[in-house]
Design a protein around this ligand. Structure first.
Ligand SMILES: C[S@@+](CC[C@H](N)C(=O)[O-])C[C@H]1O[C@@H](n2cnc3c(N)ncnc32)[C@H](O)[C@@H]1O
Length: 340
């Protein structure tokens, strides 16, 4: 892993949090660029079954829960800043060149470009959301304004489109380049006007909502929608009820955020008064690989824009998350819901 890799620190972290956490933590601290192929292989190769068992079982579940509880003391705003306020130019290099979506794309055919796959995703969202001119539409976690742009181009207006983000750099990007009604606001703690929105959607933001925050937030969103209002959501979640060991290493990527299980989400939607109209499953792996490839192909520019440590962090995060989905611990879901 190179002369700057601290093996004692790796062993210490691994003893507390497991080997994946130890590896991510040390790689993220290196001040020389990692070898991307080596990092990818470290996370994605299949090792001896005994090691694979250990990797998925250590530390034991009660300890994981305890450690996660400590990690949840971090505020959402701090966690979002740590992940997203890296450099908008860095994200311009990593993400697709057409929209700047930082969410899973729909790769429909072998060899499709990331730009085409994100176009497929944007079209699928338009189909599910059916936005119309004059409607009040809100995006929770609007990123760099990708989907707001798509919708405004479809309906020919952006007056009633709204977005919330907790990332200062995304907010500034909107002020400088997009000019949508985007607010720097925590959508979990926000107060929402009653029956204001015809549609509310989110793409890749619901992952930041902790399990105990899901039901109260859904209740608020339900009240904020007009009768029969639409909600469309895309997010990844744990496949099983039991929290996997990888939840710990995930804290290094998304500090203070915690996934819930698929079952938990479905029950919460129904309990809050939403009818599930449609649900589909996607595959995050090709998108992650495309972001990884963009960073590798533009390594010098990425380092110039975000610094060596961020280059290393995102190469490591991509490698780790690819394995997370490959292991079947999580899946990407898209829900079309309607207010009952
Ligand atoms: C993975 S990005 C997705 C951005 C965008 N939807 C897209 O498809 O590219 C997640 C977004 O959720 C926002 N976010 C996460 N938690 C939030 C919160 N509690 N309040 C407001 N925004 C939040 C982040 O700031 C970021 O804009």
């Amino acid at each position: 892993m190179g002369s700057h890799f601290s093996y004692p620190a790796f062993v210490r972290d691994s003893a507390f949090y497991g080997p994946a956490y130890g590896l991510v933590n040390q790689l993220s601290k290196l001040t020389v660029p990692v070898d991307p192929a080596l990092v990818w292989d470290e996370f994605n190769r299949q090792r001896h079954p005994a090691f694979e068992w250990f990797r998925k079982s250590y530390p034991p579940r009660p300890i994981i829960k305890l450690l996660i509880r400590q990690k949840m003391r971090q505020s959402h705003a701090e966690g979002i800043t740590e992940h997203y306020d890296v450099s908008n130019d860095f994200y311009k290099i990593m993400l697709d060149k057409k929209f700047m979506f930082y969410t899973c794309a729909d790769f429909l055919h072998e060899g499709e470009s990331l730009e085409q796959a994100q176009t497929n995703k944007a079209n699928a969202f338009l189909e599910l959301l059916q936005p119309r001119a004059g409607e009040h539409i809100l995006e929770l976690g609007s990123g760099w304004g990708a989907m707001l742009t798509v919708i405004s181009e479809r309906i020919g207006d952006s007056q009633y489109l709204h977005g919330y983000t907790l990332s200062k750099e995304q907010f500034e990007h909107n002020q400088a380049e997009k000019h949508f009604n985007v607010e720097l606001k925590n959508f979990i703690t926000a107060d929402y006007p009653v029956e204001k929105f015809d549609a509310i959607y989110s793409i890749g933001a619901w992952e930041h909502v902790r399990p105990n925050e899901i039901a109260p937030l859904l209740e608020k969103l339900h009240r904020a929608l007009v009768p029969g209002g639409r909600m469309v959501k895309q997010f990844f979640c744990f496949e099983r009820e039991e929290m996997p060991v990888s939840a710990l290493a995930g804290q290094l990527c998304f500090p203070g955020s915690m996934l819930a299980s698929h079952h938990f989400h479905v029950k919460a939607f129904e309990k809050a008064g939403f009818r599930i109209v449609r649900q589909t499953v996607g595959d995050y792996r090709p998108t992650i690989r495309a972001w990884f490839n963009n960073l590798v192909a533009n390594q010098d520019a990425a380092i110039a824009a975000g610094g060596v440590r961020n280059f290393n962090r995102y190469i490591t995060f991509a490698s780790m998350f690819h394995r997370f989905f490959d292991d079947g611990e999580s899946n990407l879901y898209r829900f079309q819901l309607v207010k009952r």
